[in-house]
Design a protein around this ligand. Structure first.
Ligand SMILES: [Zn+2]
Ligand SMILES: [Zn+2]
Length: 275
């Protein structure tokens, strides 16, 4: 059984609980390690997106940064809070993580690498919550609202972005690979070739893929990614780890038993870089 959780969010970003509350819950559950991985989202135009307005209304004031200068400050503050929890609870490992939105742009990547030398996280999760299209930055809810023709274009861009992020080698693993299914998109068989390309890119760069248990719902009882993608993961020998993507204490390690079953049933390789 995986006895750690590394994909978690805390208050100030879009989590509901404080770092110390998350750490205490992880201890109660007997986990050996918890990592806090808040959103690292930097784009010069991000504050013009609908997602930004939504986040501001929800009080998630640290989620979006227009510059790397801004994100560095946010993470310095976050990491000093994590450091407090770390020294207060010597019986559990507390790690510095981040969930980074990848933008396929040479300048972004260059600045990102410089920023990592300053922030020095213990691990980096790659994600693709946004697609750039027609001068706008769109998330999956914007995808859902688009017309069918635009949806098709946006989904292609999404998968292309995931593949580029995976092959960049910048990340330890990729988060919720088939995120558009959150809004019911991308389930058709025709998307399999795009999914496979993303998985092959991860294999080439030695990037792992998470089994994200935050999607388990009554009407669709499965994690991210789907079985179809997990078969490609198995074929390409891409290592996996289980993430709860916990935004509150109740979600920590939820559905890990189901994900463990998937790992043994499909004989998936485990991510071993961090324990
Ligand atoms: Zn995410
Ligand atoms: Zn997350």
């Amino acid at each position: 059984m995986q006895n750690y959780t590394l994909h978690t969010h805390t208050v100030g970003f879009d989590g509901r609980n404080a770092v110390m509350e998350m750490v205490n819950r992880a201890r109660e559950l007997g986990l050996k390690t918890i990592g806090i991985s808040n959103h690292f989202i930097v784009h010069p135009h991000i504050k013009k997106s609908r997602a930004y307005n939504y986040a501001m209304r929800g009080g998630y004031s640290n989620m979006y940064s227009a510059s790397f200068q801004e994100v560095i400050q946010r993470f310095f503050n976050n990491y000093s809070v994590i450091e407090c929890a770390r020294s207060a609870k010597p019986d559990i490992n507390v790690l510095f993580g981040m969930e980074v939105d990848f933008f396929d742009d040479a300048r972004w990547q260059n600045n990102f690498q410089k920023t990592m030398k300053i922030l020095r996280p213990d691990y980096i999760i790659g994600a693709k919550h946004f697609v750039e299209h027609g001068g706008k930055i769109l998330n999956v809810h914007d995808l859902k609202a688009a017309d069918a023709e635009t949806q098709e274009i946006l989904l292609k861009k999404y998968w292309q972005g995931v593949a580029r992020a995976a092959e960049s080698g910048l990340f330890d693993w990729m988060a919720h690979l088939d995120l558009p299914k959150k809004v019911g998109l991308g389930r058709e068989e025709k998307w399999a070739e795009h999914e496979n390309r993303a998985v092959e890119s991860a294999a080439k760069s030695n990037t792992a893929i998470e089994i994200n248990t935050s999607f388990y719902k009554q009407d669709c009882y499965e994690p991210y990614p789907s079985n179809r993608i997990l078969r490609a993961v198995a074929q390409n020998n891409v290592p996996v780890l289980i993430s709860d993507d916990a935004h509150n204490t109740e979600s920590i390690a939820r559905h890990f038993d189901e994900a463990e079953e998937i790992i043994s049933k499909m004989n998936l390789q485990r991510f071993t870089k961090i324990k």
